[in-house]
Design a protein around this ligand. Structure first.
Ligand code: GDP
Ligand code: IMO
Ligand code: MG
Length: 421
């Protein structure tokens, strides 16, 4: 049985919590997109972690974690995460790295700064864009190159020569030394060298043998490089459509495609956000929801749930059910609003525009619902929710067109209503 956990908004929907919960029963957990731009919060045995690369399987001793070919890996971040989790769980987690995953090297972060995409688009400044660009231009360095240090050295030599020609006046670029890059990469990679290889075959065999495989998505549908709010997106696919390409298995049989959505919307970084609330209610959601980035610490922009975007994201992912998270954060708000259409230059539209520029001109058309005052963070079955909260869940289900198989009422694993996938 295979399950994919997929973000349906602009990231930070609570994928870490839900993946960690489901990973308890998984044989293998696979990260299939992005890199350390992700920040997934996991509460394991009462302790809070912010993971960037390592899949949530690393918290369980019988579960293998795999970083698939479509990911980009910063070896320093990976090493640190492995060390922290090993100290917590008391054993070295089993982590397998695809040989075709690309490496983020120090010059990728430097390029992101020099080119200014951090301030222009509000990127996470983790070197994600420049690394995916190098991959597309076939001048990247891959995890498998670590197994052949001579090849690694040659590739880095080409890349650094090109960098120095392209940035003749940038002192930090001119100061880069290939031997230093090789030594640093080999040093960081040393403990995982024996676990770099053909991830496609490994994942394929696990699926063929009927193992319980869980795919941990990063980012969210609206940040997808092709189908998101371009140009305010990340640099890789983020939806189920990109999963097969990343893992190297055409049309993988993933029975459950669990779309994760917050009961409201957040966005970190620049870009259009029709339901954004720049008022007291927005501040309240930010405070009550603890909406600050795990990777960058930036405050997240907050707003009402955008049903138009949600329907689009469900379709893009072929999501089979929803995990609706952070319902508890809406407690105590008198009237709750959900966006059901956009007003675009006087015309009503119910489809999500493919262009970020068109979305910029869309104003939300809201439906209002009664809120509830009760705290719901100890509720563990749907029937115990206040009737208004139940009505809200049902309305979100009808807008999304799929049932909510999970409703989350707090950050801890036990604060979860599970209705079965
Ligand atoms: P991810 O990137 O999708 O894994 O999400 P993040 O970890 O970046 O952000 C989600 C935040 O919400 C984290 O601080 C979680 O601990 C927290 N969280 C997850 N589910 C719930 C929930 O149901 N209620 C509340 N109050 N917090 C939650
Ligand atoms: P998780 O997995 C929220 C956003 C950045 C920026 C844009 C491009 O925790 O949900 P990048 O560094 O990827 O080039 O930045 O994408 N972004 C995220 N926002 N959650 C994430 O991951 C994100 N990963 C990237 O803020 O707007
Ligand atoms: Mg996050």
């Amino acid at each position: 049985m295979a399950t994919a956990v997929l973000g349906l908004q602009w990231g930070d929907e609570g994928k870490g919590k839900i993946t960690h919960l489901l990973a308890r029963d998984a044989d293998m957990v696979v990260r299939f997109n992005g890199g350390p731009n992700a920040g997934h919060t996991v509460i394991d045995r009462g302790k809070k972690f912010g993971t960037h690369l390592i899949p949530a399987g690393a918290f369980y001793s019988d579960t293998e974690s795999v970083l698939a070919g479509g990911t980009v890996i910063d070896l320093s971040v990976l090493r640190e995460e492995i060390d922290v989790i090993a100290a917590h769980v008391g054993e070295w987690p089993s982590v397998f790295v695809a040989e075709n995953a690309h490496l983020i090297l120090p010059y990728h972060r430097l390029l992101e700064e020099l080119e200014g995409s951090g301030s222009r688009f509000g990127t996470t400044r983790r070197g994600i864009g420049p690394t995916y660009r190098d991959k597309a231009m076939h001048i990247g360095v891959r995890a498998g190159d670590l197994l052949r240090p001579d090849v690694l050295r040659t590739r880095l030599q080409w890349r650094v020569n090109l960098l120095k020609r392209s940035w003749p006046d940038a002192e930090e670029i001119q100061a880069i030394e290939v031997e230093g890059l090789v030594n640093e990469a080999m040093d960081r990679a040393e403990p995982i060298l024996g676990s770099i290889g053909d991830a496609a075959t490994r994942i394929g065999e696990a699926l063929d043998r009927g193992k319980n495989v869980l795919f941990e998505g990063a980012q969210g549908a609206l940040l997808d490089v092709d189908h998101g709010t371009y140009p305010y997106v990340t640099s890789s696919p983020t939806t189920f459509a990109g999963l097969g390409q990343s893992i190297g298995i055409p049309c993988p049989d993933v029975e459950h495609r669990l779309g994760i959505a917050k009961a409201y919307t957040t966005r970190v970084g620049a870009g259009p956000f029709p339901t954004e609330l720049c008022d007291d209610t927005g501040e309240r959601l930010q405070r009550a929801g603890g909406e600050f980035g795990v990777t960058t610490g930036r405050p997240r922009r907050c707003g009402w749930l955008d049903g138009v975007a949600l329907r689009y994201a469900v379709r893009l992912n072929g999501a089979t059910s929803l995990a609706l998270t952070k319902l508890d954060v809406l407690s105590g708000i008198g009237t709750v609003r959900v966006c059901v259409a956009y007003d675009c230059d006087g015309r009503t539209r119910t489809s999500f525009p493919l262009s970020g520029d068109v979305l910029e001109c869309c104003r939300p058309v809201y439906e209002e619902m009664d809120g509830w005052d009760e705290s719901i963070d100890a509720v563990t079955c749907l029937e115990e929710l206040p009737s208004q909260a139940r009505a809200y869940v049902e309305r979100v289900e009808s807008i999304a067109g799929i049932p909510a198989s999970i409703v989350s009422t707090g950050p801890a694993p036990e604060q979860t209503i599970v209705r079965g996938l």
